[in-house]
Design a protein around this ligand. Sequence first.
Ligand SMILES: [Zn+2]
Length: 258
Amino acid sequence: MASFLRTLSLLVLALASSACANLNFYSDEDLEPLSAQAYEEATKEHGVVPSGKDYEMVQEVARRIAMAADEDFHWEARLLKADDVPNAFCLPNGRIAIYTGILPLTKNPDGLAVVMGHEVAHAVLRHGGKRMTQGLLTGAGLAAIEAGLGIAEMNNEAKNGVMAALGMGAEVTLTLPFSRGHESEADELGLRYAIRAGYNPNEAPLLWERMAQLGGSGTPEWLSTHPSSERRAAELRAMIPRLQEEEKNWKPKAKKAP
Ligand SMILES: [Zn+2]
């Protein structure tokens, strides 16, 4: 029995190690209802901006980034009314949210394309399911999913855990950070998407430098756990020429007939 327990704990340790950051026990189908419900929760909490210049910009950038990502997702983009929340996310299966509070930082469509590309890359790389697999989700969240509960039926702890694991609040409020490895993957793939979609990738390092200046008195938590914005800006700057070269002949796949 003792040796069985030891074997079991070794197995758990192995599963928890960073080497397993790419293990994913959750299928797209598993995550679909949670993604749909989390999107409605966020919408209910903040309300949407239904029209206007910023709304149009979000729709246009989302359409072009979605085409660049070339995934058969249920694409949708909402601009959420939250001037004090500098955040954005893309839930599994392509549900994008941009908070009005991030627009002063993204500044222009190129900056928005960089942020959206990054968030969409997290979804395409299935980082939500991988984080749930890594056990980063709270026990309450896991238990609720096992029990087949919908988000509306979960208690607050479980609900927040699931929504954070799926990618909400990951960049700025950061209740649950993506790992450094996942961040680097999303930075590179997201920048590819922005390039494919015809946006200016040179906005990426500038955007992260603006994010760094967001620090000061009310330093957002992500600054303490994320790679330094200066380092991130330098890494992005260094990869731009290679990505532009690799993506210069990129063409969207022919869409299936409806
Ligand atoms: Zn990220």
